[in-house]
Structures are given as C-alpha cells and as structure tokens.
Write a protein of this length. Sequence first.
Length: 394
Amino acid sequence: MVGYELLHRSSGTALDSGDSTTEMTPSEMTGSMMVDSLLGIGLDQLTGKVPAWINFSREPLLRHDFELLDPKKCVIELSETVECDVETTLACQRLTAKGFTLALDDFVADVTQYAPILIRARIVKLSLLGESGQQIRDHVARLARFKVRLLAEKVEDRAMYELCRELGFSLFQGYYFSRPETVQRKDLPGQMAHIARLMRFAMDGVSRDGDLEREFRADPGLSLKLLKIVNSAAAGGNGIESIRHAIRMVGREQLYRWLALLFGSAAPRGDDVRAELLLQAVERGRFCELLAERSGKQSVSGSLFLTGLLAGFDAILGISMPELLQQMRLTAEVEAALLHRSGPHAPYVELATNYADGSWGDVLDLGTRMGLTSHLAPCYSEASAWARDLLSQN
C-alpha cells in the first residue's frame, strides 16, 4: 500500500464526479475535496500513514494550491486534461522543488510534446480498462526513456495484474485489489460554525478582545447583531466607538449567552421534523437556564442554557454528539453532561428532558431531590413561550 486516491463525489450514491445535480468545475472539485479531507475529516483519519493522492486540474496547479498541503503526506496527480505549456511546466517545476511527488493521471499525451513535464514526474498512471495486451506494450514502450514508475490503473482481474507486472509496472490500482469507499462527514453549517468559534473565544480564558473583534469583523451580519446586543435594555450601551468597545461593554459572560441564542436560531430548519426538534432544543435550553436561576445557580445559568440546547443538536444536524463537541470545544462540565450524563449540569438536562417527554415518575423523583418541583410548571411554560417567540423572529 503506497497511498489512497481521494476523489470528489457529490453524494454517497454518486458513481463519478459528473453524477451530480449541481455542476462543479474540476477546479471546484479539487477545492471541495481539499477542504473536506483536510479541514473536515482529516488526512490522518482518511489515509493513516500513507500519502493521499490528490487530483489537480490546470487552475489549482497554476494557483499553486499544492502549497497548502504537506509534501510528505500528499502526491499531486495531474489530470490528463492539463496541457503542457510554459505556465504548467513552471508550476510543475515549483511543485517538485517544494518536495512533492508528481504523478500524471490517465496519461495519453504525446511524450515528445509533454517531455518538459514528464522529466519532472515520478509516476505515470495508465488506464488499462478495455486495452489489449499489444496496446499496453505500446504505452510502456513510448515511456521507456523517462525515469518514471508505471502505475496500472483499473486493474480488474488476475490476468491483467500478471500482464502488467510482466511489462514492468510496479504500482497497481483497481477493483481487483479494492473498491472505492465513500467517506462522509457532516460539519456545522457555516454561520453555526462561526458562532461556535466565537463562543469558544468568549469563554476560553485565553483569547483577547482583539481575537473576538477579528472574528466579528469576518461576518458583518454578526457585527450588526453585536451592536444590537449592546443597545438592548440588558446591556444599556450607548456611544459605541468600535466592535472591540462593544465587546467590552457587553462583557464575556453576557456575550456568551447571546451567542448561544444565536447558535440555536442559526440552525437549519429544512423540514417540519427538524423545525420541531429545534424548538424542543431551544425550549430545553431555556428551561435548564430558568431552573438554574430558581436553584440559586445564576452564575452557571448561561452554561446550562447551552447544555440543554445542545442536548438535541446531534439529531438536528445528523452528526454524533462527539463529532459536534469536537467542533465546538466546550467546557468540561458541558461535555460531561452531554457525553456521559455526568457532572453538575447533567441533572438539569435530565429533568428538562423528562419533563418534555412526560416521564412524570422520573420528574417527581429528580425534581424532589433538586428541590425544584414547585418551579417546574411555571418555568416550562415560560421556556416554551420564549422559544416559540425567539424562533418566530428568525
């Protein structure tokens, strides 16, 4: 095993790159695949200790997108549609100078015309599906003067494998060895991911106001919401000089609480089921917050709001709870409650969930132990009305 080829697919059922209702250019496919594999799933999880083979069309090659990658972890596979000219030759020269291995995919070009790139390549892939033994020999002969390793692509049976070995191929790829596997991961929607990052900055105890300011500047919509937060009755702000000034006027704790609200309201509501799940999540978050206030734990009420809110977001977003929390990096108390149903926040989430589910025996038992039985009905009523009002405005 010398590597895994990473290919863009529009869905788990797509058979090739063109099988999509949304047309994407080869350049866009490369960019999407790089984002998904590097920033989403992670190369180490995808390929382990062997390199990822990544297809490059002309545009990402000339943009030098390969410089975003690690030459020790990636092989750049040049598409057969890339013509050999001055620009592409210089880009390939730069690529190999950076330490990348250059492979040529489905090579069918004239070897004399393509020589400036061939002399920089280390691997040439030849697609053998439907080729006769003589045609394969001819392909091998025309590449003999170049110091490249030959990779037999689309090897589907033992006979083809043995013939390729006999002809001097040293690398092999095809259904005879393994079939492609579709790897999917669902990330937070764009604005939700941005809000989650802001929440982390607001409460990590390390980030400065300047860090938060840069994040707000990256999203004009969120910057406007920040100014509205400052001007709310709770913040009582006026005479705002800058985004950083607004952040200081609100304060980290209050900002964190508002961001949690924004996180909930930014969730996708593509259908009635998801909309109802979102309503339940916001309702549960507010319920936990009100119960914390009634039990004298105002200092953690914002954290409990977030815990109750996130308790249902794995179902809303279609990802596992560990994946969700990995993207947000929350406090130990919040993570313990959501992952292990333990810690000081867990009883509040359990009580709120049981109340919404109508598990009255569990509600009575837990509510009595927490001293909150008399507060449950009014707090739930207030939380329900508040959640419906909040979501109706978004």
